[in-house]
Design a protein around this ligand. Structure first.
Ligand code: HEM
Length: 870
């Protein structure tokens, strides 16, 4: 129709029977219909009859630009310069067209237009701003300059001017200032609101959202939620709902994407909130909720939900299906897992998860059947991962023949095996007693271009029959280069135990003791126990070839050492239960450190030198002011000691502390045991027994006294710490900073040290030490006795937040920061380590573990003298 109208207009034009106005209309119509050639034709005919004006030229340029022929538009402008007087609109039009390829040419044309027309309106400025915008974010100073020019030229900026200049990636303060300016002049539109909220720091964004007069939309709220921790996002959500806006699936998705960081009940509560507001759940939301619950072991609570969602016709995406399968496998509900997979469109990822699930609950047969069936039915191509999952199912089901078939099938499909494939194959063969074949596979690693890892060696060693024990030693040697070779050592010790090669087992055990490999020690102890009493007796007459080291290891492990190990391990188990139920990690750490903390390196005699000797259990030490509150911890350990009287108090106290650190998520400390305890109160360190210290046997003071000096006469906290830890106890600056990191857990009480205004009970608690606070590493509820003030927010979690969040601790009245903590980031020597640990948790854990071990051995007498590990 449009084409016909254009045709007609051209015909009329030839007869010069129509007016200039009609011609312009025709050009505009052609432009709308993307008939740019026709528009040009009309324009040139108008030029011929001298009817063309700047309006005709402008419409024609629009027609060309609309058809993406911006060069043509520019060409037109240039060609017609001699015939038509261009106006401001022509220049803007040309600038817009030129800006398509080069913002510089666009700006040049705008400038030219400005010089000729000598006036610039808001459209001119908006165009200049958007051209600058396409020039890149580093042009924001020019954008601001343009905004300033507008003010000077008394041109009223409009919302577009602001939104263009705010879109530059300038830092928040600039965007904030522009937005404030905009709000003073006019209503902000949704785009500017969103830009401001997304750029603003969280608190500012939240404040902006709460000032409802700006008409912030749901999108702005979502922008403020994105990238913030969930608990802040929930506050935004609250603002959204109190502002009368409706929660959307995007908002709920944003919050639930962090469901893994929440305590497990919260995602469910959140989901029901969405449901009560009729927000359609989707598989992303469901999988987020399920993921959080599977992680925290509360899969039952949501699995029902997911299934209900599924039965309502909700789509299960791959993540959701895989998670559901993992939940089913935890529930040992393999039938449900199979049913779920059968009802769904199956893919390779799901198949892999399914086999793993079945293998985990020892239903390898069913798993394999489904896999094989599905592969054929759905013409799927199995991946290496599928084969690996199937192979490990075969290994679990001792189905070596099937495993061999699978390997052949892999070869047929030209899939190269990886180390996991070979490991599973070795396991299947080893389990079936084909140790020679397992060894052959180990040799295949290099030809398959994959590396044998610790699992490979362990599997091969485990496959060794007793009479092949020398082979296990060869293999363990090969595995020894691997730092994680501990399990292969353990496997070798077990093989030697089976072969009753007790001397070799002891040698390995001793080497392991040096390297403190827990798993080897365990295997070693089990192997030793299995050996006959006769052999134990002959241990004392070891031939010299075994060396002194071996006989000492033999003595330690066989001569009563193993009984001590067993007792200490039993204590550790009970301690774990105690800590798990009472959440008393910090007080146990403090008890152990205050037992060691009496140590004075200037005193050479035992037990006068103090240290980790169990003296804190007696009143003279326990009643020292610095130890206020620690009798509670003594009470906890008393019961365990009564059940295990052969374990020394000194060992028990240190074991409790190391276990507490471990359970709070801290490093596993390679502790040594066998401490001899003091036997009576007369062996305690007297409060004033330490030269240069007024009291507390030289334990540190939380703050200087009324005269401004510490108990050692130091005027500054750093001097005090160096007197206590350096001069008295022999620690380095690095040790001091690392040990102080123990304050990442624990609290200060008004009733104990009196170093803070927060005390016992809910009423006197800080906002982070209330009964409802989640502070444990596993995000479970419970925090022991309520009250006091902590250094960090998650004060039952051992991490480096003591270093990373110190500014918060200083600013927040509900957190603790003692002068002795503050000097660690102020003193030039201390602060090197402080910032190192803030940036590197692994470094902190490593240095902390070594300083803690040193602290736990101060002033100790061990029996046997070399001590032992458990
Ligand atoms: C650097 C010098 C230190 C000073 C001035 C200091 C001071 C304090 C103070 C005042 C308390 C609060 C006691 C209360 O009111 O209940 C405390 C608690 C604690 N301290 Fe230290 N401490 C120092 C070093 C250490 C070290 C080296 C460790 C461990 C390696 C440690 C571990 C703890 C723990 C775990 C708590 C929490 C106890 C609880 O929650 O019951 N402190 N410390």
């Amino acid at each position: 129709m449009a084409a016909v109208r254009c045709q007609w207009a051209l015909a009329e034009l030839e007869q010069a029977s129509i007016s200039e106005r009609t011609c312009n209309k025709v050009i505009a119509t052609c432009g709308r219909q993307i008939q740019w050639q026709r528009a040009i034709q009309v324009l040139f005919q108008m030029v011929e009859v001298r009817q063309a004006t700047s309006i005709s030229c402008n419409s024609c340029m629009v027609a060309c630009s609309r058809a993406s022929h911006w060069q043509k538009a520019l060409h037109l402008m240039r060609c017609l310069r001699g015939f038509i007087r261009h106006d401001g609109v022509t220049y803007k039009q040309a600038a817009r067209a030129a800006g398509e390829s080069s913002w510089r040419s666009g700006l040049r044309l705008l400038q030219e237009g400005f010089e000729r027309m000598t006036e610039a309106d808001v459209i001119h400025y908006d165009l200049a701003l958007s051209l600058r915008q396409s020039a890149g974010s580093d042009h924001w100073p020019e954008a601001l300059h343009l905004m300033k020019n507008m003010v000077e030229a008394q041109v009223q900026a409009d919302v577009r001017s602001y939104s263009s200049s705010m879109t530059f990636e300038a830092a928040w303060p600039t965007i904030g200032l522009l937005f404030q300016d905009l709000l003073q002049r006019m209503e902000a539109d949704e785009y500017t609101c969103n830009t401001a909220v997304s750029a603003a720091p969280w608190v500012r964004a939240w404040c902006l959202l709460r000032r409802k007069e700006h008409g912030m939309s749901v999108v702005s709220h979502n922008a403020a939620m994105a990238g913030t921790p969930w608990f802040k996002a929930v506050q935004v959500l609250h603002t959204l709902e109190t502002g009368g806006l409706k929660l959307t699936a995007v908002s709920s998705g944003t919050i639930l994407s962090q469901s893994r960081d929440m305590e497990w009940q919260r995602p469910l509560w959140f989901l029901s909130r969405c449901q009560s507001r009729d927000i359609q759940s989707n598989s992303i939301v469901q999988s987020n909720v399920l993921a959080a619950h599977v992680d925290s072991g509360h899969w039952q609570e949501t699995l029902g939900n997911v299934m209900a969602y599924h039965s309502r016709g909700g789509n299960l995406n791959v993540a959701l299906k895989t998670l559901s399968l993992s939940a089913f496998s935890q529930a040992a509900s393999w039938q449900k897992a199979l049913a779920l997979s059968a009802s769904e469109r199956i893919d390779v990822v799901l198949l892999n998860a399914l086999v793993t699930c079945c293998a985990r609950v020892a239903r390898w047969q069913e798993g394999l059947e489904v896999v094989c069936g599905s592969l054929v039915r759905h013409s799927l191509r199995a991946s290496v991962v599928t084969f690996n999952a199937a192979l490990s199912a075969c290994a679990a089901g001792r189905q070596w023949q099937l495993a061999v078939n699978l390997i052949e099938e892999m070869e047929g499909q030209r899939l190269a095996p990886d180390s996991l494939t070979l490991n599973s194959m070795m396991l299947a063969l080893g389990e079936a007693g084909f140790w020679q074949h397992a060894f052959e596979i180990l040799k295949m690693f290099s030809s398959c271009s994959c590396e044998a890892n610790v699992v490979s060696f362990t599997t091969a060693i485990t496959a060794c029959p007793a009479h092949q024990w020398p082979q296990s030693l060869v293999l363990v040697q090969q595995a020894a280069s691997d730092a994680a070779g501990e399990t292969s050592w353990a496997a070798a010790v077990t093989t030697l135990g089976r072969a009753v090669r007790w001397r070799e087992a002891m040698c390995l055990g001793h080497i392991a003791m040096e390297g403190t490999h827990d798993a080897v020690m365990l295997a070693y102890a089990t192997a030793v126990e299995k050996m006959s009493l006769e052999m134990r007796a002959s241990c004392d007459s070891l031939p010299p070839v075994m060396g002194n080291a071996c006989s000492e290891g033999c003595y330690q492990m066989l001569g009563g050492g193993s009984a001590q190990v067993t007792e200490l391990r039993a204590c550790k188990k009970e301690l774990k239960e105690l800590i798990e139920t009472r959440n008393c990690h910090p007080i146990l750490v403090r008890l152990a450190w205050h037992d060691s903390g009496t140590y004075d390196q200037r005193i050479k005699e035992w037990p006068q030198c103090g240290g980790a000797n169990g003296a804190i259990r007696f009143d003279p030490e326990m009643n020292m002011g610095a130890n206020a509150g620690l009798d509670k911890a003594r009470g906890y350990l008393q019961k365990i000691h009564e059940a295990h009287p052969t374990v020394s108090w000194a060992d028990l106290i240190q074991l409790a502390s190391a276990t507490a650190i471990e359970m709070a998520g801290g490093p596993v400390i390679k502790m040594k045991y066998g401490r001899v305890s003091v036997t009576g109160p007369e062996q305690c360190a007297g409060p004033q027994s330490r030269q240069g210290f007024k009291g507390n046997a030289g334990l540190p003071d939380a703050a200087p006294g009324a005269d401004g000096t510490f108990g050692c006469g130091a005027k500054t906290p750093e001097e005090h710490l160096r007197n206590v830890f350096g001069k008295k106890m022999g620690f380095t600056d690095q040790d001091i900073v690392a040990l102080s990191g123990a304050h990442t857990i624990g609290r200060v009480f008004k009733e104990r040290s009196g170093a803070c205004p927060f005390g016992y009970g809910e009423q006197a608690a800080s906002k982070y030490t209330k009964g409802s606070c989640i502070v444990r590493k596993d995000k479970k509820s419970g925090c022991g006795m309520v009250g006091g003030a902590a250094w960090t927010k998650n004060w039952l979690t051992f991490d480096n937040s003591y270093y990373t969040d110190y500014k918060q601790a200083m600013d927040d009245d509900d957190l603790m920061w003692l002068p002795t903590d503050a000097c660690l980031h102020e003193d030039p020597e201390f602060k090197k380590y402080f910032y190192k640990y803030a940036g590197d948790q692994a470094a902190f854990f490593q240095d902390y573990a070594s300083a803690h071990k040193k602290l736990s051995e101060l002033g100790c007498k061990f029996d046997p003298p070399a001590g032992f590990q458990i």
